[in-house]
Design a protein around this ligand. Structure first.
Ligand code: IFM
Length: 451
């Protein structure tokens, strides 16, 4: 039987500014923490940077045409904060706004709904110099930046996303140090997470204050269903801790206006919570219109030894027999059903979008000039079916954005991981549609999967 999705389901692709745009010194763009980090020796594979990336800034028309050819009806992109406010504060840079105006109008002309993420990790360096996310003022700066975007693009963007994956911004940026700004400090990471959530809440308030009619606002979290590797008490406790760290910390704040008690107890011995002020948690829990879910893998958790960052001394291993992507992430489509159903069960009813899902594989151009990525087709097909099962189970899922439209700068992995539906030859900037792109076009057009 054909697997049909609800009418009006949004089929899209996703990207982020620093991963595709390049043109880092053009039209008044300021420096971001990722410019600084990627130019610091040893921080990214091969010293790769986003200086050129996919040169999307100069090729936006071509990329819009490619999207139109895919027949998608949604596109999730992010705005580079330093293009709008080079130093993270003050009047907007008109040339930066103009670029995103061209993009938004170009999407709408092609009947592709823009889904705009306001923060996908490229904090203006000037704000990091003033303390970055651990500094409370950054939340206020973000609210002002968000207001500039609402005023510039308000009604022309139907889906607004405040933050992408605050877990990554806070923990990987400030506790583990593998992402910009590369800090390893538990206290700073907790403060960063708190101020990111506060920034989200303040931006939602600014959005509501404008009384926009039609556009909706939400946040994107990277969530992972989490299991103990065994029934051993230590593994079960480790899994609960990891779930609290990545899932409940953010979901409880956004939907319940509180942090989970067990996690507060755990973190309190590692940081003082002086950064939490009266009213913060209520501000974070502003009602939102949808939740964006980024799903890549399930966590199968073993208790670890010693004390990792934030005291999360857990070890995640892909269970034997589960295939992996070139990121080493286990391919477990049923984890997506489990995750969506769990959110719907444990939190207030809310429309959801899968704002990212996809996989990196060893793609290459064959002698015929084609990229035959059958693994990606199988991956996506299985995950779409898992999403469909969640819908059948009562989850209000409205759309699905593939990570990614095209191969791009995969952060500390540089250009070594290819997630795209479109292959990018970084020497010539040639784009080649992979087999998965044609297959996805068929799915989007039919709003259904063949048996
Ligand atoms: O490339 C990233 C993206 O920026 C955020 N979500 C996960 C993707 C794959 O790692």
């Amino acid at each position: 039987m054909t697997t049909r999705f609800p009418d009006g389901f949004m089929w899209g692709t996703a990207t982020a500014a620093y991963q595709i745009e390049g043109a880092v010194a053009e039209d008044g763009r300021g420096t971001s923490i990722w410019d600084t980090f990627s130019h610091t020796p040893g921080k990214t594979l091969h010293g790769d940077t986003g200086d050129i990336a996919d040169d999307h800034y100069h090729r936006v028309e071509q990329d819009l045409e490619l999207m139109a050819g895919l027949g998608v009806n949604g596109y999730r992109f992010s705005v580079a904060w330093p293009r709008i406010q080079p130093d993270g504060r003050g009047a907007p840079n008109q040339r930066g706004l103009d670029f995103y105006r061209r993009l938004v109008d170009g999407l709408r002309e092609r009947s592709i709904a823009p889904a705009l993420t306001m923060y996908h990790w490229d904090l203006p360096q000037a704000l990091q110099d003033a303390g970055g996310w651990p500094n409370r003022d950054t939340a206020q700066r973000f609210a002002e930046y968000a207001a500039l975007l609402f005023d510039a693009f308000g009604e022309s963007v139907p889906l607004w996303i405040t933050l992408n994956e605050p877990w990554v911004s806070a923990w990987v940026g400030y506790a583990i140090g593998g992402h910009a700004p590369g800090i390893q400090d538990t206290g700073q990471a907790l403060a960063a997470a708190h101020h990111l959530l506060l920034a989200h809440g303040l931006a939602v308030q600014a959005f509501r204050a404008r009384g926009l009619d039609g556009p909706r606002i939400g946040v994107t979290l990277n969530l992972a269903p989490t299991r103990a590797a065994s029934p051993e008490v230590a593994d079960v406790a480790a899994a609960r801790l990891r779930d609290g760290n990545q899932n409940r910390w953010f979901l409880d704040a956004v939907f319940r206006g509180r942090y989970p008690d067990d996690m507060l107890e755990h973190y309190r011995t590692r940081a003082d919570f002086a950064f939490v002020q009266d009213g913060d948690l209520a501000a974070m829990a502003q009602p939102i219109d949808f939740l964006g879910v980024n799903y890549y893998m399930r966590h199968t958790v073993h208790a670890g030894r010693g004390d990792g960052p934030l005291g999360i001394n857990t070890v995640e291993r892909v269970p034997a027999g589960i295939p992996t992507t070139t990121m080493g992430w286990g391919i477990e489509p049923d984890g997506l059903t489990e995750l969506l159903v769990r959110i719907a069960r444990d939190y207030p009813a809310i429309p959801m979008y899968v704002t990212e899902n996809g996989a990196s594989f060893y793609d290459y151009v064959d002698p015929e000039g084609e990229v035959d990525d059958t693994e990606r087709i199988a991956f996506l097909d299985a995950h779409f079916r898992a999403a469909h099962a969640a819908i059948q189970g009562g989850v209000d899922l409205r759309g699905y954005f593939i990570w990614s439209l095209m191969d791009n700068f995969e952060w500390a992995h540089g250009y070594s991981k290819r997630f795209g539906l479109i292959y990018v030859d970084y020497l010539t900037q040639t784009r080649i549609l992979k087999q998965s792109a044609s297959w996805y076009a068929g799915v989007a057009r039919a709003n259904a999967l063949e048996p």
